[in-house]
Design a protein around this ligand. Structure first.
Ligand code: PEP
Length: 259
């Protein structure tokens, strides 16, 4: 079985301008330096607003910090008359390693459907960005007991038409919509159940090696004190953290707790 490096990704959402971003990254780097976290053993990624990425790049690359960064979204197109869109090509040029695709807030507020999510996955792959595909069910779907089938349909739709080779760096974040920003979390057993089902599905559709290498994160109100339990399942390879990634010392403690 592939040894998967755990990943903790911080989704800042629409918080922090490019000055505030510098402060947060610097404080996080200090906090990590003071902790016993070994960044060779765990990957940490920051996902700031587009307008902050250049600042984050300058600091991370200038100070040779062992932190990766990426974007919260990208255009399905590479260039041209798409006002307001941001190309994966531009993100790659800024040193981004990751791009979130299909976060539930984009599915909800920007009507992103499975077809668009799939197109964005392909755009990320064209530009050598590791997609962090977000999937997850709403409360009514879970209450009806349909959550596994629902999430696997989202995974199938998103990955359809992308080859196993292209998906070598794939990350999938299972984020139940009812747990995002609510203080509710899925239990460790629920997170493991879904992560195992997702992995089995990727093995089915894209082969053993791809399924084995895919990192599967849990997201939804992960905090310092619940993180270690939530990521304890053997198929849960880390966490996508929203609100708790905005406090640099707390986020460093969270990373420490998982690692
Ligand atoms: C998220 O934005 O992906 C998320 C999981 O948010 P929070 O941790 O705030 O619930």
């Amino acid at each position: 079985q592939t040894q998967r490096t755990p990943l903790i990704a911080g989704n800042w959402k629409m918080n922090l301008d490019h000055f505030e971003a510098l402060t947060l990254v610097q404080k996080l780097a200090w906090a990590l330096r003071d902790s016993k976290v070994d960044l060779q053993e765990i990957d940490v990624a920051l996902l700031p607003p587009f307008t902050d990425i250049r600042s984050v790049q300058t600091l991370v690359q200038g100070e040779k910090m062992d932190l990766a960064y990426g974007a919260q979204d990208l255009s399905p197109h590479d260039a041209g008359a798409y006002t307001g869109d941001v190309s994966g090509a531009f993100l790659k040029r800024l040193g981004c390693m990751y791009a979130l695709v299909g976060h539930s807030e984009r599915r909800e507020h920007h009507a992103e459907d499975d077809a668009l999510v799939s197109a964005k996955i392909k755009a990320a792959l064209r530009h050598d960005l590791a997609p962090v595909l977000c999937v997850g069910e709403a409360l009514d779907v879970r209450q009806a007991g349909d959550h596994v089938a629902y999430v696997l349909d989202q995974v199938d739709a998103a990955l359809d038409g992308s080859s196993a080779d292209a998906l070598a760096g794939l990350v999938i974040a299972y984020e139940p919509v009812w747990a995002i920003g609510t203080g509710e979390t899925a239990g460790p057993a629920d997170a493991q159940e879904m992560a195992a089902a997702i992995r089995a599905r990727v093995v089915d559709t894209h082969g053993e090696a791809c399924g084995d290498a895919t990192r599967i994160l849990y997201g939804g109100s992960v905090k310092t004190d619940n993180a270690a339990a939530i990521v304890s399942g053997e198929d849960v390879d880390g966490a996508l953290v929203g609100g708790a990634s905005l406090d640099p010392t707390g986020f460093a403690d969270l990373i420490d707790a998982v690692h």
